[in-house]
Structure formats: C-alpha cells, structure tokens
Design a protein around this ligand. Structure first.
Ligand SMILES: *Cc1c(COP(=O)(O)O)cnc(C)c1O
Length: 401
C-alpha cells in the first residue's frame, strides 16, 4: 500500500475553516503571534528536512509505529473482529507526545526561547515538558491551583523534567483559567511558543494539531490492510478536544464505506454533569474558535464534567463540529459507568489497562459492534496507570461489580 504524504490529508479549502466552523476569534493582541505561527507551520510542514526530523523522533523516541493489535478475547466476547491501535505504548503513555514533538520542532525553527503550555489533568503538561527537555528549551506549564492539588503525580513529573509549574489562581482555578493565564503570558512574551495540547483553539492550532496526529490514521490504514487485506467496517475513538480522534479519522475520511464513530464523555448524562459537547452543546465562540460548546440557558459557556479528566472540556475541535453537521462521523455520549465497565472488561480480557478516556471508545465499540460479525479499529489513546493511581477501583468495586 502506498503511504500518502501528510499534506494530502487536508481538505479544508479556506485555511482555518471547516465549513462554517473554526477561524481565529481572538483579541487583536494575539493576531501577530498567530500569524507568525501560521506562516511557520505552512512553510515547514511540507519541508523535507522538517518531515525527516519529525519522523526520526516519532520512530526512535516515541517508539512508532504503534502496533495494531488484534484483541482476540474481546472480539470473541463482542462478536466482531476488534483491533486496538496501541497509542498507549508510546513514550509517556498516550498520543499527546506526537503533537508535542511536532510543535517543539516548529518552536525550534521559529527561534522560540521558551515553551508555554496549559494543562488540566497534567497529561499534556507532561508531554510538553518532555518535548522541551529533549530539546533543552525552557518550559512553563500553567495549571489551575485546584488541579495542582488534584494531580500531584503529574506535577512531580513536570518538575523533574525541569518545567516551571505556574498556578492559575483566577476563576475556578482549573483548566479554562490556566488557558487564560497562559494566553496573557503569550501576548506579553511573543518570543515564547504556545504549545496547545488538543485540536482546539484559534487557527492555526486545529490544523497543526490534526496534522501532527494524522500519523495515527496513516499507520492504522496500512496496518489493517496488512492484517486483513481490507478496510475496516467501522473505526472508534474517544473525543475530548478531538486530537486522538482526528488523528485516526483522517486516515479513513475519504473511505466512504468506513463508518466513523466518536465517543464523548457523557459524565452523568446532563448539563453541567457532562462533557458531551457535540451531543448536548450549542454553536458559538469559545476560546478562540467557532464550534460547539456546552452552554447554560443564557448562552454562557458552562463547566463540564466527566470521570475522564482528558475528556472534561466544554469546547470541541471545529473539524469535529463540521464532521458532525455533515454526518460523516456519528458522535455519541458514553456515560461514566459504561466507560468504567469497558475499562474493567479490557483489563481482564486482554491484560491491557486502558486510560479511562480510551475506555469510552471501547465501550462504544462494544455496543455498536455487538454480534455484527464486523471488522473495527478502536483507538487506544493512552494507558490507564494514571487511573489506577487515582484509585478508580474503589468506584468500580463499590458500584459496578
Ligand atoms: C488528553 C487525552 C484524551 C483527550 O484528548 P483528545 O485531544 O480528544 O484526544 C484522550 N485520551 C487520553 C489518553 C488523553 O491523555
């Protein structure tokens, strides 16, 4: 099978827009920084030397290609052939490193003196600090003061990697406040490089993050051909901001017969106890992009909730908004308890403890593929050690088993 160049996967005609969604809805003070970033991204993304360096680090440092593993036991239980795309086996344990390696290479070429990033649960903070350490660039991670308390292990990792962890003390002292404070710093320090962790925010970030993650879908497409000699019937991924999902989906968007499914964090099922932005949100501008967003009755963005910290975000990638409205992808919300069920099932059937985020995709596949005798790929976006650490088992044993 031919490997398609990364650059051919982009179908948005007007840069930064996916249908009516996307754009850069930011205060004028940010325009200059974003234009510089856009210019650098379009200059380097097809540059042979840049691509060679990116591929080198993906192979030798991240450990790519990640295996496409046939989950025989789970398949038997479900009644369809299920393959797992093992992003959990990447260095640092999730897909996020694909993006931070891509962005740090861009930062280096732009002459950035410092990497800044925001983080909620700390997963992106660790991936950003890892990439900064690798290239010897200073790193500041903005994190809500409340999250710093809740995510002590990841804070220790970031500090060990030599990042400064800056507490955000405004608002609810969580992710959205960390984003605001990081943006404030970015405006004042134009030589810093803002490393965004998901497919969200203003243009060019959704484009750039989608590009660096597209390696997932390219590999998976080749690997399923190698294993089965054909395309899958369906593919599944969990959707927080949307980066691991778009990474997988891009390999198959043009294959009309492949059904594509996105699993949102359903939480407990209702606003504000949900993170199902596409299923329950409304259209508006949130953190720089025109997309779906969870809102209250007055149209103000609300907080979100999911048992999976990585899915707990009230906004969503504009490309996923477009894929929803054009009906190319079917998005459904998966409740906490169904995700926990899948987390336990995969651990026990395959000896693979998935991130609780990824377990949402497993849960959706178990439902959709039940007794279909079909062929599917599930993106296993990350490993679940972090969830074991926070004693999810109490919740499991007390309530569900
Ligand atoms: C951060 C994270 C997610 C959610 O982010 P996306 O940008 O939607 O991919 C999913 N899975 C894992 C393991 C994560 O760390």
């Amino acid at each position: 099978m031919e490997v398609r160049p990364l650059s051919e996967l982009y179908t948005n005609i007007k840069p930064g827009y996916y249908g009516e969604f996307g754009g850069a809805h930011v205060p004028p003070a940010l325009n200059k920084n974003l234009s510089r970033l856009e210019e650098a991204f379009f200059k380097f993304k097809d540059d042979k030397e840049f691509q060679d360096e990116f591929i080198h680090y993906l192979k030798k440092y991240v450990g790519r290609p990640s295996p496409l593993y046939f989950a025989a036991n789970l398949s038997k239980e479900v009644g369809s052939k299920l393959y797992l795309k093992r992003e959990d086996l990447n260095h640092t344990g999730a897909h996020k490193i694909n993006n931070t390696i891509g962005q740090v290479l861009l930062a280096k070429r732009m002459g950035a003196t410092e990497i800044i990033a925001e983080t909620g649960a700390g997963q992106h903070g660790v991936a950003a600090a890892t990439a900064a350490a690798l290239f010897g660039i200073k790193c500041k991670i903005f994190m809500g003061a409340v999250d710093i308390e809740r995510q002590a292990a990841n804070v220790s990792r970031m500090k060990l990697l030599n990042a400064d962890v800056i507490p955000a003390t405004s608002g609810t002292k969580t992710l959205a406040d960390a984003v605001n404070e990081a943006l404030g710093y970015f405006i004042k320090n134009p030589d810093s490089f803002y490393m965004l962790g998901s497919q969200v925010g203003p243009h060019p970030y959704p484009n750039l993050v989608g590009y660096f993650q597209s390696v997932i879908g390219q590999e998976a497409r080749n690997q399923i051909f190698e294993a089965e000699g054909r395309l899958p019937d369906s593919i599944f991924a969990c959707v927080g901001g949307g980066s691991n999902a778009i990474g997988l989906f891009q390999g198959f968007l043009a294959d009309e017969n492949v059904k594509i499914y996105g699993a949102e964090g359903g939480g407990e099922g209702e606003i504000p106890k949900t993170a199902a932005t596409l299923s329950m949100g409304k259209i508006g501008v949130f953190q720089g992009t025109y997309s779906y967003c969870l809102m209250d009755e007055d149209g103000n963005p609300t907080t979100s909730y999911s048992i999976a910290a990585g899915l707990d975000y009230p906004g969503i990638s504009p490309q996923h908004a477009y894929l929803k409205d054009t009906k190319r992808v079917s998005y459904q919300s998966i409740l906490d308890q169904d995700a926990i069920n899948a987390y336990v099932t995969l651990s026990r059937k395959e000896g693979i403890i998935p991130a609780i985020e990824s377990a949402h995709a497993v849960a959706m596949a178990m439902k959709v593929m039940k007794d279909k005798n079909g062929l599917a790929i599930i993106n296993l976006s990350g490993r679940g050690d972090k969830d074991v650490e926070r004693r999810l088992e109490n919740f499991i044993y007390n309530k569900f088993i």
